[in-house]
Every structure is written in C-alpha cells, then in structure tokens.
Design a protein around this ligand. Structure first.
Ligand code: ATP
Ligand code: MG
Ligand code: MG
Length: 351
C-alpha cells in the first residue's frame, strides 16, 4: 500500500494528502475541476469527470486504496472503482449519507434521536407533513446540500407551494425545527481492525448556513460528553466503518439529537491540527491504510475559525498573532461564501 487515491481535490483532499505524505505515502487525486487545491501537494492529479470510465480505471490501477473527501460520488463511478480497489470508508456509509431521508431513517433505526422528518415527493405530502410536524420547519433537498444550500425555512405564514418551488422540484425532506441550546460535533475514527477513537466534541457556530467557528472544549456535562461519544461509536459500528467521520449533534434539554453525519474528515475537526498529537487527517490515513489509530487526546484549548471570502484580507494581522496557526488552501479567487482557509487559535495548554 504505497499510493493513496483520493476522490476530490478540495481543501480536505489537500490536507489528507499532506498527512499521507508525512506517513510516507504518495497521493493520486481524482477531481473533475481544473487546478484544485490538492493539486499543489499531491503527486498526481487526474482531471476527468466521474462518467469517464477509462480515466477511473486508470486511476484505480495506479492506487492501492481509495478514499474520498466528499460523499456525493456517483454510484456508477463507485461501482467501477469498487470492483478494482478497496474503497474506505465503504459503500454502506455512502449509501446512508448521500440522502438525508436514508440517513435519518438509518439513525432512527439505531435508536438515535433526529428531528421529526417526512419524505416530500409533492405539495400534497408537504401540506400533510406540515400538519403533523408543525412550524417552524425546514424543507431541504434530500441530496447534494452543503453549507446550508438547498434549504428553505417554513414558518406559519410561509406558502408551502412557494417553498417547494424554491427547491426547483428536487426530491425533498421536511424536518421539524429542533430548538437547541448549541451545536456540537464528534469527529470519530474506526480502524481496519475495529478499534474506535473519538476526538473531544467541539462546539460549532454557524453563520448564513456556513460553519464559522469550532471551539474545544464544548460546553457539555460529562454525561453529555459521554453520550456524544457513544452515539458516534454506535454509528461507526453499525456501518462497519473504516476512517474518520463527522457527526453533527444538537444539544437539547431532551438529550442529544443527531443532525447529520459526514463519512469523511470534517471542517469542525480542523482544530485537531493544533489540539492533538495525531489530527483528524493523519487519523483518517492511518485508518484506511490499516495502521493502528493514533493518539487523538486533546492537549490544548483551541478555537478554529474559518476564513471565508474576504476574511483573507485579515491575513497580515493574523500573521502577527503569536498563538494562531494559519492554514490556507491555495485558492486563487476569494468569492463570498468560499472557504479560503482557517486559523487555529491555541488558547492555553490543558494541564
Ligand atoms: P454542512 O455544510 O454542515 O454539510 P448542510 O448544508 O448539510 O451543512 P445542515 O447541517 O443540515 O446543512 O444545516 C445547517 C445548519 O442549519 C445546522 O448546523 C443548524 O444550525 C441549522 N439546522 C439544520 N437543520 C435544522 C433543524 N432541523 N432544526 C434546527 N436547526 C437546523
Ligand atoms: Mg451536510
Ligand atoms: Mg451540517
């Protein structure tokens, strides 16, 4: 196993490549877009669409194991790749997490709390679901949403037909609004031999649907912290999962409610780069390459802040701050809402 294939060349693929190369691996990125962030650090990049069977076959032939930085890989591409090389995390994790309806059903079947939800194939089912679930509620596309895209909030005075047409007839799900005190996430890892290690839960603040900051430690009682880790572990076990996963949770008076899962390294786990001996990227590479999991215990308090769009103008100032580690993704153009980098502010060492 000396070449790691990564589907997706964004910042997550880039930071996975850096971690893999530190462990002595070479990386081969498969990415349809030209000049992706990971291209600057990976050894090889294939620029081809996911329906290019020949390019996929060549890619598979060049690598020993395949992983990915995003969950929306087309099924046909996965079928082709899987017949040639192991894909880690495996197909079950992708099947479940590619669709919010499958995901929430899977979580409920495990006995975990989610927002109340309903499949919305048409306007009649939306009206029916609103009668049952009530408002406020959130109408979301079942697939392809990220950074809060593909979501419409529905209040008592919202016209359901207008809300549905905002999603342009994409298959949708209605979720009841969870009234949470705050949001946390657990970055969890499971190795090839079934060992599980979770990073300390982080507390997440979103703005305009996009993650702004993750702070560790999160505000949690020790019972809540244990609960969060047990929930994440149960999800990993149920999927026979290999790799790192992000589990987003709402903290409510009635316990922890699972928002969504991401079968990959996660933006809310970037703090581990300065907070742990082994960060989420190395942990993921260790897991998929069959190494024992590393030491993910937290040794500092950290605030991770995303640098979005023109936040990058603050760089000269940030570069002068002594406790701040800067991570930039090498993206040429700073557009509003685009993640350009992040900083990890190390608050104080934990004695
Ligand atoms: P990500 O970039 O994390 O993948 P996403 O586009 O998949 O985001 P969600 O995580 O579903 O979107 O929602 C984004 C944010 O919107 C959540 O972190 C939360 O703050 C709020 N939110 C989403 N669903 C609900 C809900 N059912 N009740 C209350 N708040 C919600
Ligand atoms: Mg999501
Ligand atoms: Mg989310």
């Amino acid at each position: 196993d000396s070449v790691i294939g990564i589907l997706g060349g964004g910042q997550l693929g880039r930071m996975l490549s850096v971690a893999a190369s530190r462990l002595g691996y070479r990386c081969h990125i498969f990415e349809p877009a030209a000049n992706p962030p990971a291209a600057h650090v990976a050894e090889t990049v294939t620029n081809a669409p996911y329906d290019d069977a020949a390019a996929l076959a060549d890619f598979a032939a060049c690598v020993d194991v395949i992983t990915y930085e995003f969950e929306n890989i087309p099924t046909s591409a996965l079928d082709l790749l899987e017949s040639r090389r192991p894909i880690r995390p495996g197909r079950e994790a992708l099947r479940v997490s590619q669709d919010r309806l499958t995901e929430k059903t899977f979580l409920n079947d495990l006995g975990l709390q989610t927002a109340p939800f309903a499949d919305i194939p048409d306007l009649a089912s939306l009206r029916e679901a609103l009668d049952r679930i009530g408002t406020p509620a959130i109408l979301k596309t079942r697939r392809f949403g990220y950074d809060g895209k593909g979501q419409v909030r529905i209040d008592a005075d919202t016209d359901p037909a207008a809300a549905l047409s905002e999603l342009a007839d994409a298959p949708a799900i209605l979720e009841g609004f969870v009234s949470f005190s705050h949001e946390i996430s657990v970055i969890a890892a499971r190795g090839l031999s079934g060992d599980v290690a979770c990073f300390d839960p982080g507390e997440n603040v979103h703005r305009d649907g996009i993650l702004r900051t993750t702070t560790v430690p999160a505000r949690l009682s020790s019972a809540q912290r244990t609960d969060a880790i047990l929930i994440a572990s149960r999800i990993l076990e149920a999927m026979d999962y290999v790799g790192v996963m992000g589990v987003e949770l709402f903290v409510t008076p009635r316990g922890l409610v699972v928002n969504e899962i991401a079968p990959r390294v996660h933006n809310s786990g970037h703090w581990t780069q300065q907070g742990c001996t082994v960060d989420q990227f190395e942990q993921h590479i260790r897991a998929i390459a069959g190494w024992p999991l590393g030491d993910g215990r937290r040794h500092a308090d950290v605030v991770m802040e995303n640098l979005i769009g023109h936040d990058l103008d603050r760089l000269p100032d940030l570069a002068r701050q002594p406790d701040t580690a800067i991570h930039l993704y090498g993206k040429a153009e700073a557009r509003p809402g685009r993640k350009m980098g992040h900083i990890n502010r190390v608050i104080r060492p934990t004695p």
